[in-house]
Design a protein around this ligand. Structure first.
Ligand code: TXA
Ligand code: MG
Length: 503
């Protein structure tokens, strides 16, 4: 497919281009267009085929729902309910603008658009060309960010073209977007409003209009294990090609740590990159140093973050460090995206003399009497290898019921208190069944190291079950090592299948 590139430059000629784009959308085609947040990849939201095409073009799992863009609040009632009236209040306060709300959907919206959910995300963007396009397309445009899955959302038409050329009918080039991070998403379908994705519209701003706005816990703790309510938040997004770590601590300590690490990388011949600020960028020594702007100017930081991540990719940078930012207000959105890009690798440095305190991964443990002795060995091994263990019992070899302890450990993992878990009973079977009954748990019973590795790669298993009567101590520790030493592959097909488990 040949992708048409059209400029939108505020001249009267725009109108014809936008009408053309609108015709493409009405006919079931795809058009990428600028919004005030990031570029969107638009299709007719009421046409299931268009939604299918969007997933295909993005290479995105089809259980990840799309945002329906409208051009007037009045149009929302055709596709969604607003039973509490909170939608109207937020629309009055923040629309048009970078806020998406989740509302109960009506039958007019195909399940393909909402990834099978009975709720729908709606947003009225403030970008004038976007609104004109939505009107020209018939009023309802489904649009995820116009990147391929796993890339940062595009902030220029150039970036859209890099990802989408040949896959869609048209790209409307409206220059660089204003905000640079995706819209705030607030879920209005529960008792209290919950922010599922932080953005330009902050918790504080929402609280001025609605009472009791909560922040989805998984956003800040950021473990991949809790169950984020926005399905899209569970996938590893925005991932740069190189390894990124965030370094937090007093400025001078951060500077000398990063410079030290970059020097080590240089010795190994690895290309390094640093995300600093106007205040510090000149003091870093790395192959590529980029400033996201002045630390005081969060809007500027939001604006450049995705561009910088893409630039590092283009430059082939292999190891990247970034300074940390405040997690208040708009900083919350910035840190949320940065943490995702870094796969939540944060290096915390303390006040005196750069002592390095890597964040320890917390592991929940549970066993019955049959698994008690092996659990002690496993805990010893984990602690020696830098993990923090939380033991949910049992505490002796006296006969007890495995469901009590298997469930406690699984709930610790599901709620995000611990990132992963290990459960042990005599065969491992009973306790793995218990763990798998807890929502969000993928507990794999392993008796060899190959399975332990593959279940991480393919199933992103968040718990490991072992049978103390089946595997001996050495094999058990080998299994633990294989399990914790393996990352989820992140492959689309595996993510899709996991999505089907969680659905
Ligand atoms: O700023 C933005 O919102 C951009 C521009 C183009 O408007 N769009 C965007 O869309 O970021 P996307 O698809 O990349 O992100 C939408 C997020 C996903 O994480 C998705 O899981 C979540 O919204 N979402 C959509 N519908 C939902 C629903 N019914 N319930 C919960 N989460 C939903
Ligand atoms: Mg996106």
């Amino acid at each position: 497919m040949k992708t048409i590139l059209e400029k939108i430059d505020g001249t009267p000629a725009d109108e014809e281009r936008i009408l053309h784009a609108g015709r493409i959308l009405r006919a079931g085609g795809l058009v990428a267009f600028p919004t005030e947040t990031v570029y969107g990849l638009g299709g007719d939201a009421l046409n299931p085929d268009s939604s299918r095409k969007i997933y295909e073009a993005k290479g995105r799992p089809s259980d990840n729902p799309l945002i329906v863009h409208v051009c007037r609040w009045e149009d929302v009632s055709y596709i969604a309910e607003d039973p509490t009236g909170r939608g109207k209040l937020l629309a009055d306060a923040f629309w048009p603008g970078p806020l998406t709300m989740i509302l109960p959907k009506k039958d007019t919206v195909p399940m393909e658009t909402t990834g099978g959910l009975d709720t729908v995300a709606v947003r009225l963007p403030s970008h004038p060309a976007a609104r004109r396009l939505i009107r020209a397309a018939g009023g309802y445009v489904a649009a995820p960010s116009a990147n391929t899955s796993g890339k940062p959302s595009p902030t220029t038409a150039q970036y859209v073209a890099e990802d989408m050329d040949g896959r869609i009918e048209m790209i409307l080039d409206g220059g660089t977007v204003g905000i640079g991070l995706e819209s705030t998403i607030v879920d209005l379908t529960g008792k209290r409003p919950v922010i599922l994705r932080p953005g330009y519209v902050t918790q504080r701003m929402l609280e001025e209009v609605l009472e009791g706005v909560e922040l989805d816990r998984t956003i800040l703790e950021g473990n991949a294990v809790g169950r984020p309510k926005a399905p899209g938040m569970k996938y590893r997004h925005y991932a740069p090609k190189g390894d990124l770590a965030i370094v937090e601590g007093p400025v001078d300590t951060v500077l000398s740590y990063i410079n030290g690490q970059c020097a080590l990388c240089a010795e190994k011949g690895e290309k390094t990159g640093v995300i600093g600020t106007d205040e510090t960028a000149g003091r870093y020594r790395a192959d590529s140093v980029k400033s996201v702007g002045s630390r005081a100017d969060e809007e500027a930081i939001a604006h450049s973050l995705y561009r910088i991540l893409r630039e590092f990719d283009d430059e082939g940078v292999q190891v990247m460090y970034s300074e940390a930012f405040s997690s208040d207000g708009m900083g919350q959105a910035i840190m949320n995206r940065l943490l995702k890009a870094a796969g939540h690798r944060v290096i915390r440095l303390d006040e005196d003399g750069a002592r390095r305190m890597e964040e320890k991964m917390k592991i929940a443990l549970g066993s019955d009497h049959g698994g008690y002795e092996l659990k002690k060995e496993v805990i010893r091994w984990l602690e020696e290898h830098g993990y923090e263990c939380v033991d949910y019992g049992c505490n002796s070899t006296a006969s007890c019921d495995y469901p009590d302890f298997g469930r406690a450990a699984a709930e610790a993992v599901a709620s995000g208190v611990c990132e992963k878990g290990i459960v042990i009973c005599t065969t491992g079977i009973g306790i793995s069944i218990v763990a798998n009954k807890v929502k969000g748990i993928r507990c794999a019973l392993c008796a060899d190291t190959v399975t332990a590795r593959l279940t991480r790669e393919h199933n992103d298993a968040n718990m490991l079950a072992m049978g103390a009567g089946i595997v001996g101590r050495n094999l058990a520790l080998g299994i633990v090592e294989a399990f914790f030493g393996t990352e989820f592959s992140g492959e689309e097909k595996h993510a899709r299948r996991i999505g089907k488990i969680e659905a």
